[in-house]
Design a protein around this ligand. Structure first.
Ligand code: NAP
Length: 274
């Protein structure tokens, strides 16, 4: 390893106590023999700018999660082209005292789709529920795939329309919820439904047998939606592969070397995360 280590490595969110990122990032640090800890910091929205200022002074690096991804965009001195495209930051580091922002959710999502479909994502008709920050990363990913399109439905139609306007040619607004599953290869839940409670983003019974399902939300023991889709025999995964891969890509940005992805996955096999 040739580059200087970050002064601090953090996750900024509100709340963050539930996050699995410290578990697998610290496993990757240990596996690489890097003498640092990855800390989760609960930062209220009003304190985000001040915290990022402190981190710039401390040569900090890390991840940004709910609800700060879009707000953090404005606090970066530089942003990668992909972060500009998504309009949100989930990974940052410091160069010459200035914060640089990137978005590795895009690469994390493409990885999760490849893993689920067991093929390169090309010629995909993707239905999507939700039109927030994660949905924007999905659209930026689909834009990179050949011959692929998104049909988006959101409870706040204006947000779906705004997303379609930002990704013209790739995204259209669904006529109804059912439109997202009609002739669809892959249905994506980009709402937080399932993080807790038993509500589902759509009734699993209306999803065609040939449609795969990727729930970006995850929780211990799987979301109710993933469980119900699996029970129906649909090819289904939750948000964990995307989470781990976005973290692995972030690790590469911070340290210039890929992490031990197996060590990251093994960290979940501890009894408390099974
Ligand atoms: P967000 O920006 O707040 O957007 C959430 C979207 O879901 C919005 O369209 C919102 O609609 C809609 N929504 C919220 N509550 C709803 C409800 N009760 N019923 C129907 N629609 C609802 O959130 P986000 O950052 O995109 O995150 C969405 C989910 O993806 C979260 O669970 C997050 O943990 C997950 N995520 C996972 C990964 C990963 O690596 N696996 C990465 C990023 C995000 P309104 O505009 O009407 O509120």
């Amino acid at each position: 390893m040739t580059r200087e280590l970050p002064g601090r490595l953090v996750l900024l969110g509100h709340p963050v106590a539930h996050s699995l990122s410290p578990t697998f990032q610290n496993a990757a640090l240990d596996a690489a023999g890097i003498p640092m800890r990855y800390e989760a910091l609960d930062v209220a929205p009003a304190g985000l700018g001040a915290m990022l200022g402190l981190l710039a002074d401390a040569r900090g690096a890390g991840n940004i999660t709910i609800p700060h991804k879009e707000a953090a965009f404005a606090w970066m001195a530089k942003r990668t082209a992909l972060a500009e495209r998504v309009g949100a930051i989930n990974t940052f580091w410091t160069e010459d005292g200035a914060l640089v922002g990137d978005n590795t959710d895009v690469g994390g999502f493409t990885f999760a789709v490849r893993r689920l479909l067991e093929r390169a994502p090309e010629g995909i008709r993707l239905g999507m529920l939700g039109a927030g920050g994660a949905a924007a990363a999905v659209c930026a990913a689909v834009e990179q795939w050949a011959d692929s399109r998104v049909v988006v439905h959101a409870r706040t139609r204006d947000r779906a329309e705004a997303l379609a306007a930002r990704f013209p040619g790739v995204v259209r607004v669904a006529k109804s919820e059912i439109d997202t599953v009609t002739g669809t290869d892959l249905l994506v839940n980009a709402t937080p439904l399932g993080l807790e409670g038993s509500l589902m983003p759509i009734a699993p019974g209306v999803i065609p047998d040939t449609c795969a399902v990727l729930d970006l939300t995850y929780r211990r023991g799987r979301t109710p939606f993933v469980k119900a889709c699996r029970a129906r025999g649909l090819r289904t995964d939750d948000g964990l592969p995307m989470l781990v891969e976005q973290g692995a890509l972030a690790f590469e940005r911070w340290f210039g070397t890929p992490p031990d992805r197996d060590a990251m996955w093994r960290s979940f096999r501890a009894p408390e995360t099974a």
